[in-house]
Ligand binder design. Sequence first.
Ligand code: ASP
Ligand code: MG
Length: 407
Amino acid sequence: MSLIVQKYGGTSVGSVERIEAVAKKVSGFRAQGHDVVVVVSAMSGETNRLIALAKDIQDNPDPREMDVLVSTGEQVTIALLCMALKKLGCDARSYTGGQVRILTDNAHMKARILEIDEGNMRADLAAGRVVVVAGFQGVDENGNITTLGRGGSDTTGVALAAALKADECQIYTDVDGVYTTDPRVCEGARRLDRITFEEMLEMASQGSKVLQIRSVEFAGKYNVPLRVLHSFQDGPGTLITLDEDYSDMEQPVVSGIAFNRDEAKVTVAGVPDMPGVAARILAPIGAANIEIDVIVQNVGADGTTDITFTVHRNDLEKAQGVLEKVSAEVGAREVLTDSKICKVSIVGVGMRSHAGVASKMFEALAADNINIQMITTSEIKIAVIIDERYLELAVRSLHKAFELDAK
Ligand code: ASP
Ligand code: MG
């Protein structure tokens, strides 16, 4: 017998029929003698629907009221799931984030979990009940409802698993695991049996959308074994672990290829090549709450240099606005932008112990005549910015070059 935290995403609870199917599955685990805590998302499309209602009133609604609004989606699902469980004769009790007491800071719409009170959940489990918790939400110290950012139910699941020291946190979703890359882009993509937290974190931050990034960070930090599984198909899914040495197989050099179509490139050209200029350009961008991803500065020539960086495409206009003023102040020649770019990354802990990974990547891209505009690396990742037209081609060539194609 073990304690399992299961999280079901929006599509898995997207209709009353599906909620009943989830209830059946959960009661099955319970019947096997496991203690089960279930975390659910809002029914698919519901959070978007609520956000759209708010935007009909105002472009930037008050964040506190946004949280009061969007947290209702999950409240609907916990009640319906408990009803479905009880109908099957499986005792269950629902909790909103505040009722558990998932204490967060007061950063509305992107709150961080500070503390979880396990008392109520433990008591229910001891009484033989399934505990059903609303994902994505918590409460601040003044009792205000907060939410954890889009996709935040994953983080609720992992945080509860950490607090309860669960044996496993299972994330049920509409895919049967983590893939070497997106199967819609590359036919040869295959499910990974396991992947390390570090790799998963890089995959997620490089654009792979299986799990909310924060949930992976959390799982890694507290060493919560995390498994991604399909809600309605049987299978082993993908286990995300700390463990790096796979005893039964050769460690692959590259575990996956991630990509991101949402970036845009900004070049501030002809800026004086002297101390402080990069800070003067990039600080106001940060102050405007625009996240910067890749940054490259050219070797200076004739006393000037170019600084190029990427931002989320949605932030491009805002960045241009900020730079209009800043570029004049630092005496830049011009500001160039390009939103038709994408980022493609190879990820793998195996890179640490293998030389020549970068050249193999660049050769594969060159063989397809794909021009690399920017490069960035970390210990376990190499990412390139290329023309968005070549995204699919690049992903497929790299998948093949690093021998990830299904055998
Ligand atoms: N319902 C929230 C969202 O759509 C949280 C979640 O599903 O994880 O972002
Ligand atoms: Mg989700």
